[in-house]
Design a protein around this ligand. Structure first.
Ligand code: 8GT
Ligand code: MG
Length: 326
């Protein structure tokens, strides 16, 4: 079993527990702080936060650290993601919150520099490793829509359903149609992309990165085996690389090879994959573990499962039928 292997190989018990707070102001800018000389990662930029003290809950730790480091209190905070990664000689487990309301004016109380930065401008800063996972978790939606094949739905019905799905507020889509050859898929994807962008939605395609570039699509979605065969991230950093995973080791490979997010399935039985045995939430938890990337739960789930999914450290729910307005 993957999960047993992981417990033996990576003893998370030794990880330092860290609360991290991302303050977001009314203009959508994020607060970053520069690590001081003499601390690990000096000079790099981070989101404020720090180590849990004995007897303290993670939220109390967040509140204390933000008060100590930047002088803000009265946090209204939403959990965003929890993940572990090796930082220096010790693994750290980051518990990340998004904070939209607080009292007091943020100031560097330990002599550190602070800056309010627009998301797009963060690329100009030397951030701590794994900040990418935090940013994706902050800005990816809680639903990921996978399109049904056009042949199954019928072309007449498919296009109005796409429009209705987009109008319903589907910010992220994957165009899944394995029956089409590359030329037909590319022609379809060009049209779908225009619709998606007209609604401010992003579209990932199932094909190679050259097609993604040629179309100007927002990224690609691959099975993990395809990424393993490629051996490295196939895309520029500004495009999204999504990966389909079914186990702890799939997610580990996806993380190592630079995926931006993953979809882990199946949670529950689903008619589209009748042979697959469901993970259930316990199995999902074990496989999701604390990989440093956002992971959607997929398989027999819908909008009503988003809260449960988020409580299991999921980014949200991915679905075909539940989100398609066909
Ligand atoms: N605050 C923060 N720490 C992070 C992030 N990412 C990340 O790997 N870390 C790591 O998590 C640990 C945070 O501990 P810290 O040095 O801030 O601890 P602290 O505030 O309690 O400081 P202290 O040890 O001076 O009391 C560091 O090893 C840091 O490199 C992040 O985005 N924000
Ligand atoms: Mg700190």
């Amino acid at each position: 079993m993957d999960s047993a292997a992981h417990t033996q190989a990576e003893p998370h018990a030794q990880a330092l527990e860290i609360a991290v707070g991302v303050l977001v102001d009314r203009q959508g800018r994020l607060l970053i702080a520069q690590r001081r000389a003499g601390t690990p990662g000096a000079g790099r930029w981070e989101f404020p936060g720090g180590k849990q003290e004995p007897g303290e809950s993670m939220f109390d730790c967040l509140a204390r650290e933000l008060d100590e480091e930047i002088g803000v209190r009265g946090l209204r905070a939403e959990p965003v993601i929890r993940f572990s990664h090796a930082h220096g000689d010790r693994p750290v487990r980051l518990h990340v919150w998004r904070i939209d309301e607080w009292s007091g004016q943020a100031q560097g109380r330990e002599g550190q520099r602070l800056e309010w930065v627009e998301r797009e401008a963060l690329a100009d800063y030397q951030l701590l490793p794994a900040t990418g996972a935090i940013l994706h978790a902050l800005f990816l939606p809680d639903r990921y829509v996978i399109t049904p094949s056009m042949a199954a739905a019928g072309e007449q019905a498919w296009w109005p359903a796409l429009e209705a799905t987009l109008a319903d507020g589907a910010p992220l889509l994957r165009l899944r149609d394995h029956a089409l050859d590359d030329a037909a898929y590319q022609a379809l994807a060009a049209r779908v992309l225009a619709c998606a962008h007209a609604h401010g939605a992003r579209l990932l395609i199932d094909r190679d990165s050259d097609m993604c570039e040629a179309l100007g699509a927002d990224g690609v979605h691959w099975p993990v085996a395809r990424l393993l065969a490629k051996g490295k991230r196939p895309l520029a950093a500004h495009r999204l690389l999504a990966v389909s995973a079914h186990s702890y080791s799939d997610l580990k490979a996806a993380t190592r090879l630079g995926a931006d997010f993953a979809v882990l399935s199946p949670v529950a039985p689903t008619p589209t994959h009748p042979g697959a045995s469901p993970l259930g939430w316990d199995g999902w938890n074990e496989a999701r573990a604390e990989h440093a990337l956002p992971v959607y739960a997929l398989g027999g789930l819908g909008g009503e499962d988003i809260a449960t999914a988020r409580a299991h450290n999921a980014q949200g729910v991915a679905a075909i039928r539940a989100f398609w307005r066909g």
